[in-house]
Design a protein around this ligand. Sequence first.
Ligand code: UTP
Length: 228
Amino acid sequence: MKRFVVKLGGSLLFDDDGSVKIDFVKNTLTVLREAAKDDTKIIVVVGGGVTARKYIHQARPYVENESALDQLGILASRLNAALLHSIYYKTFPVIPSSLEELARIVASALPVIFMGGLQPGQSTTTVSALAAEATGSQLIIATDVEGVYTADPKRDPSAKLLKSVSIDSLIDIFSKVQKAGEYRLFDSLTLQIIKRAKIHTRVLKGDPPENIIRAIEGEDIGTLIEPA
Ligand code: UTP
């Protein structure tokens, strides 16, 4: 049985006003159903997107507790995961809230498992690395650009797409840019987990969703992160 964790950024699934991009979501679910056919299990980690940001932004003036604000983001990402689960299975959504619960569901017959955040102080990208480590999965990070660039491609037109990059170079790139508060594709915890567990990781554009199948089938698409 092959296992993959797919991180789906909120920006792929929702418009700026928070409404679901239903055609994109339906196409993505069709792709996941297709990919999960051949003895393959897929864990989908869904980002909090605009819903998380809206709730956190609205509560912040009244709540001086970052973990409480994080919890709003976590619940928003789980709500997004529940939306995908209910559309996919047309049943009551069950969203794991810990790695222990995830491991239990992975042991069941469900071919595709949807989840969101787990605990304060991290991102859903970190969750995707933790889930990949815990379940022995490859990691696919589906985002809104073609892969990992030398700098934030939305801010720096000279940024170059990397076909592959070592985990140590990536740690280097992101330790520098994070200080400037830019290029937030990876945080250091995520990179440390990818490094210590030597997780096979690919970053790619989630639109069109067929890119996910191409990566699952082993095509060299987007950016491959090479373990140290
Ligand atoms: P995301 O990681 O989804 O942030 O978590 P995002 O920037 O909106 O990502 P995309 O674009 O949807 O992929 C949303 C918020 O939820 C909290 C954090 O506050 C984060 O900013 N969170 C999420 C946690 O505290 N822990 C988690 O495990 C996950």
